[in-house]
Design a binder for this molecule. Structure first.
Ligand code: QAP
Ligand code: CO
Length: 168
C-alpha cells in the first residue's frame, strides 16, 4: 500500500470532471486500498479519486467512530429523496484547516458499483448523505467552498496560497 499526495485548493486539477470507471481490475482495487490508507492517515471521513489526481469516478468513505466501516462507490449517481435541507459544518482534506456550514438535501438514494463491478443501491441520510454528496461534487470538479460567499472563498484561497508558498 502507499500514501498518495492530496491536491489542495486552489489547484486547478481539482476542477477536472472525472470519467466513468470501465475496468474493474487489480489496478482499481489497489487504488481503492491506497485511497483508504491515505484517507485514514489524514484523519478524513471521505476521499474522492480527484483529490489524489486520479480523474476517475470513484470515492471512498468511512464515517464510523471506530474506522471499521469502509464504503466504496464506483460510478456513483444519486437522487434526492428528501428535499429538506440540513446544515452541516463541512471540511475537506483538499481545503485543510477550514470548516464552514453548507446546506444540502437531507436524504438521497445512491446507485453505484463496488470494486468488482457489482451494482448496488442504498439510501443515505444525515452525515452519510452529506459526505456522499460532498465526494460526488469532487468528481464533478466542485468543492464545498463553492457554496460559500465569494468573500469567504477568496479569504480561504489567499490563506492556502500563502501556506503553499511557505512550503514550496
Ligand atoms: C468531507 O472531509 C466531509 O481541514 C470529508 O485539517 C466533511 O474528511 C463530509 C479533514 C464533513 C461531511 C462532513 C479536514 C481533516 C477531513 C481538515 C474530510 C483537517 C483534517 C475532512
Ligand atoms: Co472534500
Amino acid at each position: 500500500m502507499a500514501l498518495l499526495p492530496i491536491l489542495e485548493f486552489p489547484d486547478p486539477r481539482l476542477r477536472k470532471v472525472a470519467v466513468p470507471v470501465t475496468s474493474f481490475d487489480d489496478g482499481l482495487r489497489n487504488l481503492v486500498d491506497n485511497m483508504f490508507e491515505t484517507m485514514y492517515k489524514a484523519e478524513g471521513i471521505g476521499l474522492a479519486a480527484t483529490q489524489v489526481n486520479v480523474h476517475k469516478r470513484l470515492l471512498v468513505l468511512d464515517i464510523s467512530e471506530e474506522k471499521d466501516s469502509p464504503l466504496v462507490f464506483v460510478n456513483p449517481e444519486f437522487e434526492v429523496i428528501e428535499e429538506a435541507l440540513q446544515e452541516y459544518q463541512e471540511g475537506c482534506l483538499s481545503v485543510p484547516g477550514f470548516f464552514e456550514e453548507v446546506s444540502r438535501p437531507r436524504a438521497i438514494r445512491v446507485q453505484a458499483q463496488d470494486p468488482h463491478g457489482e451494482s448496488f443501491a442504498m439510501e443515505a441520510r444525515d452525515v452519510l448523505a452529506v459526505c456522499i454528496q460532498h465526494e460526488i461534487d469532487h468528481l464533478n470538479g466542485k468543492l464545498f467552498v463553492d457554496y460559500l460567499s465569494p468573500l469567504k472563498r477568496q479569504r480561504i484561497r489567499g490563506k492556502l496560497e500563502k501556506e503553499h508558498k511557505k512550503s514550496a
